[in-house]
Design a protein around this ligand. Structure first.
Ligand code: AVI
Length: 320
């Protein structure tokens, strides 16, 4: 559920999601066609992402879960007792309980823009932790969020898992970190998952699995454009590609035209030459220093850091 809630839907007369249409038309009009990653997560895309978290090559979910499972004692030692856990996103049914179990918080506050996911996962957690006050807040956490009065005087622990921060370019990530700081207040702590730079083969395999699930996840965007924006993209002529961009330390997902194609979206004509791509996602990977630098730029001082046994993934504790 890491980022699928991040959409504010405003429909025009034809029932078209305006923000989606504007982003896609603008993105396809650039010399390097590029679309914001958030549009990958319609219902089908969200399900495909859930499937990705289970595939053998996609290590981040398993590595992060391992850390959350094994480092409970460390969390309990370093996180202020009696904190309110404020989760950015609706929470995962596996990872969130591991954290809550480890630190026995005073309250749990999931923040999500999608009320349905939010209520469903809040209900699930309430059932799992009967004594824990749960206060879901329907809000866009990219902006300042007013926390419920019940938790205002408690120490705060922000929780942002899944390395979703890696899907943002640095200035967007810094904006989000600063908003989180504003929402949680000075002195708050943040527990954040950050995927690590590693050998190219492991990274490419994680984003181009042999079973083709990630390819379907990527191509689903083109299908969604065809369905929702009256598009004529020949999806079968677009090949999924995962690229390592070393300058930016990120995996990029692209849809590559296998031959020259023409199509329209909302009545607007587009062409792609053979080999031309639509850049659909960035997934930045961090080193210890680059991860720390990003947090510092966002107003958070790193305090502790844990990695999985294979050193593929990190969970960082920082303080505002
Ligand atoms: C949600 N996000 C952290 C995933 C990632 O690893 O960047 C999205 C993803 N894209 C392809 N595979 C997974």
């Amino acid at each position: 559920t890491d980022q699928k809630g991040l959409k504010l839907v405003e429909l025009d007369e034809d029932g078209v999601d305006r923000a989606f249409r504007d982003d896609i038309l603008a993105g396809l009009s650039q010399p390097q066609k590029a679309t914001p990653a958030r549009w990958l997560y319609d219902d089908a895309g969200s399900q495909l992402f859930e499937d990705i978290t289970q595939i053998p090559e996609y290590y981040p979910t398993r590595a992060e879960t391992e850390i959350l499972r094994d480092r409970g004692d460390d969390f309990a030692r370093h996180i202020s007792p009696g904190s309110a856990v404020v989760e950015f996103g609706s929470g995962s049914s596996v990872k969130t309980p591991l954290l809550l179990q480890a630190i026995a918080p005073a309250a749990y506050v999931p923040l999500d823009i999608s009320g349905d996911f939010l209520r469903a996962s809040a209900a699930e957690l309430s059932a799992k932790f009967p004594g824990l006050p749960v206060h879901p807040v329907e809000a866009d956490f990219n902006r300042l969020v007013e926390l419920p009065a019940e938790v205002r005087d408690l120490p705060k622990l922000g929780f942002f898992s899944g390395s979703t921060i890696g899907n943002m370019i640095a200035h967007t990530a810094v904006d989000l970190l600063r908003s989180m700081r504003g929402t949680l207040g000075e002195g708050a702590q943040l527990l954040i998952g950050m995927d690590l730079v590693k050998d190219r083969e492991t990274l490419i395999a994680a984003y181009d699995d042999a079973g083709g699930v990630t390819a379907e996840f990527n191509r689903n965007l083109a299908r969604r454009i065809n369905r929702e924006l009256d598009g004529t993209i020949p999806v079968d002529k677009l090949r999924h590609e995962a690229r390592w961009n070393d300058l930016h330390a990120r995996i990029e997902m692209h849809l590559v035209a296998e031959e020259a194609i023409e199509f329209s979206v909302c009545g607007k004509a587009f062409t792609m030459e053979e080999g031309e791509t639509i850049h659909t996602e960035n997934s930045h990977k961090f080193g210890r220093r680059s991860g720390n630098m990003l947090l510092l730029a966002g107003g958070w001082t790193p305090e502790e850091r844990w990695t999985d046994a294979e050193g593929r993934y990190s969970v960082v504790l920082a303080r505002a």
